[in-house]
Design a protein around this ligand. Structure first.
Ligand code: FE
Length: 179
C-alpha cells in the first residue's frame, strides 16, 4: 500500500501545488504536520497527508482539468482510490469533502472569500461555487463535519515555502498502520 502512495508522490509530488509557492509533496507534508501538531488522531493526520492524492493519480484515472489548476473532482477520485486501498470511511470523507468545506465556508462567512488565495478563487467556480442554504444545512449533519472544516483550515495554511516538517516516510508509516 504505502509503496503505491510513495510511487504517486515520487511521480508527481514535485509538481507545483497549483499557483502556490510549494510542491504537492511539501503541501501534503505541511498539511499533515499541522494536523499532527494540533493533536489530531491518526486517521485525520493521514487524511491531511493524502487529501490531494486525487491530483497525483495517473491521467487515465482522473477526469477533466481546471485550466491548469488540477483535476475536477480530485477530492472524490482521491477518496474512492483510498477506499479501494482499504482506508476507513472517516479518512475517505475527510478527503471527499475538503472542497465542499470551501463551498460551505464561502456561503457561511462572506469574509472568508476575501481570504482565499487566487488559485482557490479560480477553482471555486469549477467546483460549483458557494453552497446553497439547503446544501449547507445538509453538510452540517455530516458526522465528520468538524474534522472536515479543520482539515480545510490546515490545507489553506500548508503553503509556506521551506517550512521544516517530518519526512514522507513518517506519514507513509502512519498510513500503513491504518490499512
Ligand atoms: Fe490541498
Amino acid at each position: 500500500m504505502s509503496d503505491t502512495l510513495e510511487q504517486l508522490f515520487a511521480q508527481s509530488g514535485h509538481d507545483a501545488y497549483f499557483g502556490e509557492p510549494v510542491t504537492q509533496l511539501e503541501h501534503a507534508l505541511q498539511c499533515a504536520h499541522l494536523a499532527e501538531q494540533a493533536g489530531a488522531d491518526t486517521e485525520t493526520v493521514v487524511a491531511a497527508f493524502l487529501h490531494d492524492i486525487g491530483h497525483l493519480l495517473p491521467p487515465e484515472l482522473s477526469g477533466d482539468y481546471m485550466d491548469g489548476y488540477g483535476t475536477v473532482d480530485h477530492e472524490k477520485l482521491g477518496a474512492d482510490f483510498l477506499r479501494e486501498q482499504g482506508f476507513s470511511e472517516k479518512v475517505a470523507q475527510l478527503i471527499e469533502h475538503h472542497v465542499n468545506a470551501k463551498r460551505y465556508l464561502v456561503f457561511k462567512h462572506p469574509d472568508y472569500f476575501a481570504r482565499l488565495s487566487e488559485a482557490s478563487v479560480k477553482t471555486l467556480a469549477f467546483q460549483g461555487g458557494p453552497m446553497k442554504p439547503g446544501e449547507a444545512l445538509a453538510f452540517e449533519t455530516n458526522p465528520y463535519f468538524r474534522g472536515i472544516l479543520q482539515l480545510r483550515a490546515w490545507d489553506e495554511q500548508a503553503k509556506i515555502p521551506d517550512l521544516p516538517t517530518p519526512n514522507m516516510a513518517h506519514y507513509l508509516k502512519m498510513a500503513e498502520g491504518l490499512v
